[in-house]
Design a protein around this ligand. Structure first.
Ligand code: MN3
Length: 204
Protein backbone atom coordinates (compact mmCIF):
# COMPACT_ATOMS: atom_id res chain seq x y z
CA UNK A 1 0.00 0.00 0.00
CA UNK A 2 1.36 3.44 -0.84
CA UNK A 3 2.42 5.73 1.98
CA UNK A 4 -0.15 8.29 3.11
CA UNK A 5 -0.24 11.66 4.82
CA UNK A 6 -1.07 11.27 8.52
CA UNK A 7 -3.72 13.52 10.03
CA UNK A 8 -2.48 16.08 12.49
CA UNK A 9 -3.40 15.22 16.09
CA UNK A 10 -4.68 18.82 16.52
CA UNK A 11 -6.09 21.75 14.54
CA UNK A 12 -3.87 23.94 12.39
CA UNK A 13 -4.41 26.78 14.87
CA UNK A 14 -3.60 24.64 17.95
CA UNK A 15 0.01 25.78 18.25
CA UNK A 16 -0.76 29.50 18.03
CA UNK A 17 0.77 31.91 18.81
CA UNK A 18 4.06 30.03 18.68
CA UNK A 19 3.47 28.43 15.29
CA UNK A 20 0.80 30.11 13.18
CA UNK A 21 -2.12 28.27 11.59
CA UNK A 22 -1.24 29.27 8.01
CA UNK A 23 2.27 27.88 8.35
CA UNK A 24 0.91 24.64 9.84
CA UNK A 25 -1.65 24.24 7.06
CA UNK A 26 0.80 24.83 4.21
CA UNK A 27 3.46 22.74 5.91
CA UNK A 28 1.10 19.78 6.32
CA UNK A 29 -1.09 19.93 3.20
CA UNK A 30 1.56 21.10 0.72
CA UNK A 31 5.07 20.30 1.91
CA UNK A 32 4.44 17.02 3.71
CA UNK A 33 1.89 15.87 1.11
CA UNK A 34 4.47 16.46 -1.63
CA UNK A 35 7.05 14.29 0.15
CA UNK A 36 4.48 11.51 0.37
CA UNK A 37 3.44 11.86 -3.28
CA UNK A 38 6.99 11.95 -4.63
CA UNK A 39 8.04 9.02 -2.44
CA UNK A 40 5.12 6.95 -3.73
CA UNK A 41 5.92 7.85 -7.34
CA UNK A 42 9.58 6.95 -6.87
CA UNK A 43 9.00 3.52 -5.35
CA UNK A 44 6.02 2.48 -7.47
CA UNK A 45 6.51 -1.11 -8.61
CA UNK A 46 9.53 -1.73 -6.36
CA UNK A 47 7.58 -3.45 -3.57
CA UNK A 48 9.42 -1.36 -0.98
CA UNK A 49 6.15 -0.13 0.53
CA UNK A 50 5.01 -3.75 1.01
CA UNK A 51 8.34 -4.73 2.55
CA UNK A 52 8.43 -1.64 4.80
CA UNK A 53 4.88 -0.52 5.68
CA UNK A 54 6.45 1.96 8.12
CA UNK A 55 8.36 4.72 6.38
CA UNK A 56 10.72 4.78 9.39
CA UNK A 57 11.77 1.23 8.53
CA UNK A 58 12.14 2.16 4.87
CA UNK A 59 14.56 5.01 5.58
CA UNK A 60 16.41 2.94 8.19
CA UNK A 61 17.06 0.37 5.44
CA UNK A 62 17.85 2.81 2.65
CA UNK A 63 21.11 0.97 1.93
CA UNK A 64 18.99 -1.84 0.42
CA UNK A 65 17.78 0.48 -2.35
CA UNK A 66 20.25 -0.27 -5.13
CA UNK A 67 19.01 2.03 -7.87
CA UNK A 68 20.74 5.37 -7.28
CA UNK A 69 17.88 7.54 -8.58
CA UNK A 70 15.35 5.73 -6.40
CA UNK A 71 17.71 5.90 -3.43
CA UNK A 72 18.04 9.66 -3.80
CA UNK A 73 14.24 10.01 -3.89
CA UNK A 74 13.84 7.81 -0.81
CA UNK A 75 16.50 9.88 0.97
CA UNK A 76 14.75 13.18 0.22
CA UNK A 77 11.07 12.27 0.18
CA UNK A 78 11.06 9.18 2.41
CA UNK A 79 13.16 11.17 4.86
CA UNK A 80 10.74 14.08 4.53
CA UNK A 81 7.75 11.84 5.18
CA UNK A 82 9.36 10.21 8.22
CA UNK A 83 10.71 13.44 9.71
CA UNK A 84 7.43 15.35 9.44
CA UNK A 85 5.35 12.43 10.73
CA UNK A 86 7.46 12.52 13.89
CA UNK A 87 7.51 16.32 14.07
CA UNK A 88 3.71 16.68 14.28
CA UNK A 89 3.47 14.23 17.16
CA UNK A 90 6.14 15.82 19.37
CA UNK A 91 4.19 19.08 19.50
CA UNK A 92 0.98 19.89 21.33
CA UNK A 93 -1.21 22.78 22.37
CA UNK A 94 -0.62 21.61 25.95
CA UNK A 95 3.13 21.39 25.43
CA UNK A 96 6.07 23.25 26.83
CA UNK A 97 7.46 23.42 30.33
CA UNK A 98 10.13 21.20 31.75
CA UNK A 99 10.66 17.64 30.58
CA UNK A 100 9.61 14.96 33.03
CA UNK A 101 9.84 11.21 33.44
CA UNK A 102 12.55 8.92 32.13
CA UNK A 103 13.65 11.19 29.32
CA UNK A 104 14.32 14.02 31.78
CA UNK A 105 16.60 11.77 33.84
CA UNK A 106 18.36 10.54 30.70
CA UNK A 107 18.88 14.11 29.48
CA UNK A 108 20.36 15.12 32.84
CA UNK A 109 22.69 12.13 32.73
CA UNK A 110 23.64 12.67 29.10
CA UNK A 111 24.06 16.43 28.97
CA UNK A 112 24.62 17.50 32.58
CA UNK A 113 21.31 19.34 32.91
CA UNK A 114 18.12 20.18 31.01
CA UNK A 115 19.52 23.66 30.43
CA UNK A 116 22.75 22.36 28.92
CA UNK A 117 20.76 20.05 26.65
CA UNK A 118 18.53 22.90 25.47
CA UNK A 119 21.57 25.11 24.83
CA UNK A 120 23.19 22.40 22.74
CA UNK A 121 19.96 21.78 20.85
CA UNK A 122 19.42 25.52 20.25
CA UNK A 123 22.98 25.98 19.03
CA UNK A 124 22.64 23.04 16.63
CA UNK A 125 19.29 24.32 15.31
CA UNK A 126 20.42 27.95 15.05
CA UNK A 127 23.76 27.30 13.40
CA UNK A 128 22.58 24.62 10.97
CA UNK A 129 23.47 26.04 7.57
CA UNK A 130 20.58 26.00 5.10
CA UNK A 131 17.69 23.57 5.26
CA UNK A 132 17.62 20.75 7.75
CA UNK A 133 16.71 19.53 11.20
CA UNK A 134 17.98 19.42 14.77
CA UNK A 135 17.34 16.17 16.63
CA UNK A 136 17.61 14.63 20.06
CA UNK A 137 18.54 11.08 19.20
CA UNK A 138 19.42 7.82 20.89
CA UNK A 139 21.94 5.20 19.81
CA UNK A 140 22.93 2.24 21.95
CA UNK A 141 21.19 3.78 24.94
CA UNK A 142 23.17 7.02 24.65
CA UNK A 143 21.50 10.37 23.92
CA UNK A 144 22.97 12.93 21.55
CA UNK A 145 22.00 16.08 19.68
CA UNK A 146 22.68 16.04 15.95
CA UNK A 147 21.93 18.18 12.92
CA UNK A 148 20.70 16.62 9.68
CA UNK A 149 20.90 18.26 6.25
CA UNK A 150 17.85 18.60 4.04
CA UNK A 151 15.49 15.69 4.79
CA UNK A 152 18.13 13.20 5.87
CA UNK A 153 16.68 11.07 8.67
CA UNK A 154 18.50 10.09 11.87
CA UNK A 155 17.34 6.53 11.08
CA UNK A 156 19.70 6.58 8.05
CA UNK A 157 22.67 6.82 10.44
CA UNK A 158 21.42 4.25 12.93
CA UNK A 159 19.99 6.77 15.40
CA UNK A 160 16.51 6.65 16.90
CA UNK A 161 14.95 10.13 16.63
CA UNK A 162 13.29 11.22 19.88
CA UNK A 163 12.63 14.94 19.39
CA UNK A 164 13.11 16.94 16.20
CA UNK A 165 12.84 20.52 15.03
CA UNK A 166 12.35 21.47 11.39
CA UNK A 167 14.56 24.47 10.59
CA UNK A 168 13.69 24.72 6.90
CA UNK A 169 12.52 28.27 6.19
CA UNK A 170 9.09 26.91 5.18
CA UNK A 171 8.62 25.93 8.86
CA UNK A 172 8.84 29.48 10.18
CA UNK A 173 9.28 32.16 7.51
CA UNK A 174 5.68 33.45 7.38
CA UNK A 175 5.73 34.41 11.05
CA UNK A 176 9.41 34.77 11.91
CA UNK A 177 11.01 35.70 8.55
CA UNK A 178 14.79 35.51 9.00
CA UNK A 179 14.61 35.24 12.79
CA UNK A 180 15.21 31.54 13.19
CA UNK A 181 16.34 31.90 16.86
CA UNK A 182 12.94 33.42 17.75
CA UNK A 183 11.16 30.47 16.15
CA UNK A 184 13.36 28.01 18.03
CA UNK A 185 12.72 29.76 21.34
CA UNK A 186 8.95 29.83 20.74
CA UNK A 187 8.90 26.18 19.68
CA UNK A 188 9.91 24.96 23.15
CA UNK A 189 6.47 26.18 24.31
CA UNK A 190 4.76 23.51 22.21
CA UNK A 191 7.07 20.54 22.80
CA UNK A 192 4.94 17.58 23.85
CA UNK A 193 7.11 16.01 26.57
CA UNK A 194 4.65 13.13 27.06
CA UNK A 195 5.14 12.14 23.43
CA UNK A 196 8.90 12.63 23.76
CA UNK A 197 8.87 10.30 26.77
CA UNK A 198 6.96 7.74 24.74
CA UNK A 199 9.48 7.92 21.91
CA UNK A 200 12.33 7.63 24.43
CA UNK A 201 10.67 4.44 25.69
CA UNK A 202 10.63 3.04 22.15
CA UNK A 203 14.30 3.83 21.51
CA UNK A 204 16.65 0.89 21.60
MN1 MN3 B 1 9.17 20.91 6.81
Amino acid sequence: MPYSLPDLPYDYSALEPHIDAKTMEIHHTKHHQTYVDKLNAAIEGTGLDEKYPSVDDLVANISEVSDETTKKMVRNHGGGHSNHSIFWTVMSADGGGEPSGDVASAIETGFGSIKEFQEKFNTTATNHFGSGWAWLVSKGGKLDVIGCANQDSPFMDGYFPILGLDVWEHAYYLKYQNKRPDYIEAWWNVVNWDAVNQRFGQAG
